[in-house]
Structure formats: structure tokens, C-alpha cells
Design a protein around this ligand. Structure first.
Ligand code: DGY
Length: 329
């Protein structure tokens, strides 16, 4: 009998076919966002699960699904998965790093530029029929080229954004991260490590790319926003909850910072109602990695991990991107 696996959300059919060749696969073709109880019910008897960045996998769920041996996510962020709880139960966890780095960096840069140059705000104005004449300062924003790019979190995606800023737009790059980059990478990116307060004070365009954890919850709130320049922009492509959305909406409304670009939100898909009414923010529905080739690569990597973790045919072996390789023995 083939092992049973669950694919939690609708994904590309040919990618599910890769799983069907080896497993008894249950899918969610209707793409229902299952409650926790529904997820636990669907996981009964499953040896593996393909998740996205949104299904919470914690100790209580694992205890309710004792046959589970592998949790493979197509997201790079894994704050929805309690990795130590999985490790304690011998459950392999994998995420999907690298394959989305450049696509996500493209989007972060685009969102930053849209905020700086007021693209969404001016497009809404034009569509509303309000444009009757050209004006010298209409929707005049802030420059990106030559400005100071501040990167909060300097992992793979942060470095890809820094590279775009430094090499493509002649930006001065400063960053804050728990650990400093190697001197050679700093030199390549022309990037300088600064403390968090300096980053906030000096950035013309702040881009947030830190992973979400209890330690990064509200890493940018009212006190941090108060340090920023009134001409600065803030872009968050990391996770909701890192920025205090209520404090950000207020800072935007009072023009204490110029503009923001947000792809992620606290409690998404709900969006703080104040953010929906301030004009100087560009809002997108968590799509930074959403180019078709990249979403396919992310899903294929999750499948590669699942096949290897459950020892499927010629794929048996070490999963390519495990988060807790110690369970492999
Ligand atoms: C990721 O991969 O973490 C993206 O945010 C999509 O969830």
C-alpha cells in the first residue's frame, strides 16, 4: 500500500501528479481554507503533508496526527510551523528557500518604487476621473536612485534587494541584522552594518525582510516610526506582525513618514481598516513570490522534499532543504 499524503491547498495539477506516482494523495481542489479541526481530520492516516505558509502546525496538532512523518512547505517563511515540536516527535520539516529569492526581491523593489513615486495613489486619482490638468508638483514623490536604502534583515532576499539598489540604482546601502555579513559580501554590496536606530534615522527607503518570530513581533512600532525621516518610505514584504499596522497607519495619515508599500499584514487576509483609508500606502495581497515560474519552483521543491522524506522510489534520500535534518539520523 502506498503511503498517504495530504496537499492542503490547490496547487498545480502536474505537481500533484508527481506525488500521485508514489503516494495515495488527498487534495483540496476547492481550495478551502480549512479550520484547525478540519485540517486535523484530513490529516488522519497521512504520513506526509504539503503545506503553504499559512496552516498552523503545532504540538497539539502533531499529537492528534501521530502517523505524520513529514511536513513540507512551499514557503520559505515557516513561522506557521513549530519546528522544535516536530523535531521532538521525529517529524521532518522542510521549507522552500532560494528558489524565490530573486522574484521576491524584484517585488520588494517594485513596491518600494511604487510607494516612493506614488504610483498606486496617482493611478487611483486618474481612474476616478479627477485628472483635469497637468501640475508642476502633482504626485511629486521621493527619488530612489542615489538615495539611502535601509535593509532590516539581511538574509538572501535582503541581499538581493541590496544588490538591486547598489548596482542598479546607485543607492547607498545600510542594513541591520543580528549577524553581520562577511566583509567580502559587504564590499560586493557596498553595504554597511548599522544599529537599528541608525537604520531607521538614516534610511530614505526602509525595506523589511526579517523572518517573523516572537522576537520580531512589532519590531517596527510607534517608537521606531518616530525615528524615521518624514520623507522616508517603509516597505514590508516579510510577514505581518513585524510592523505594528495601527501605528503605521497613524504615521502615514499624519505624514510622519511619506509612504509605505505593504505585501503582508497582521492577521491577513484581514487588513487593518485604517490602512485601507490612508492614500499614501500601496497594498498588495501577499504576492511577492508570485511569478508563475517561481510559484511552480516553490511547489516542486516541497514535492522533492516530501518524496525524499518518505523514501519514494528513486527520490529516497536526504530531502534537499530540511529545517531539522537531525531527525534524519
Ligand atoms: C514565503 O515563501 O514565505 C512567502 O511569503 C509565501 O508564503
Amino acid at each position: 500500500m502506498k503511503p498517504a499524503v495530504l496537499v492542503c491547498r490547490a496547487v498545480f495539477p502536474d505537481i500533484v501528479d508527481r506525488l500521485r506516482a508514489h503516494f495515495d494523495v488527498e487534495t483540496n481542489e476547492a481550495d478551502v481554507v480549512w479550520t484547525r479541526a478540519e485540517l486535523i481530520a484530513h490529516l488522519q492516516g497521512k504520513a506526509g503533508v504539503f503545506v503553504t505558509g499559512t496552516q498552523p502546525i503545532d504540538a497539539a496538532l502533531l499529537d492528534a496526527c501521530p502517523e505524520l512523518r513529514a511536513v513540507c512547505s512551499m514557503a520559505v517563511g515557516y513561522n506557521n510551523i513549530d519546528v522544535p515540536a516536530c523535531t521532538a516527535r521525529g517529524v521532518l520539516v522542510s521549507n522552500a528557500p532560494d528558489v524565490l529569492t530573486e522574484t521576491t526581491a524584484d517585488f520588494g523593489f517594485a513596491l518600494m518604487m511604487a510607494a516612493a513615486r506614488r504610483i498606486a495613489e496617482s493611478e487611483h486619482y486618474l481612474r476616478s476621473g479627477a485628472w483635469t490638468k497637468w501640475s508642476v508638483d502633482a504626485f511629486a514623490g521621493t527619488d530612489v536612485h542615489g538615495a539611502t536604502l535601509g535593509v532590516l534583515g539581511m538574509g538572501r532576499i535582503g541581499q538581493a534587494i541590496a544588490r538591486r539598489g547598489a548596482l542598479g540604482f546607485g543607492m547607498k546601502v545600510i542594513y541591520h541584522n543580528r549577524s553581520r555579513l562577511d566583509a567580502a559580501i559587504e564590499a560586493e554590496l557596498g553595504a554597511r552594518w548599522v544599529d537599528k536606530a541608525t537604520l531607521l534615522r538614516e534610511s530614505d527607503h526602509l525595506v523589511i525582510v526579517v523572518p517573523y518570530s516572537a522576537a520580531s513581533h512589532h519590531l517596527v512600532g510607534a517608537a521606531e516610526l518616530a525615528l524615521m525621516k518624514p520623507t522616508a518610505t517603509l516597505t514590508n514584504i516579510a510577514r505581518g506582525g513585524i510592523v505594528d499596522d495601527a501605528a503605521l497607519a497613524q504615521a502615514l495619515r499624519e505624514r510622519r513618514i511619506a509612504a509605505a508599500g505593504l505585501d503582508v499584514f497582521e492577521g491577513e487576509p484581514a487588513v487593518h481598516p485604517e490602512l485601507l483609508t490612508v492614500p499614501n500606502v500601496v497594498l498588495t495581497p501577499h504576492i511577492a513570490s508570485a511569478s508563475l515560474p517561481t510559484r511552480r519552483a516553490m511547489a516542486n521543491l516541497a514535492v522533492d522534499n516530501l518524496l525524499a522524506a518518505l523514501g519514494a522510489g528513486e527520490h529516497a534520500g536526504r530531502p534537499p532543504t530540511p529545517l531539522n535534518p537531525e531527525v534524519l539520523g
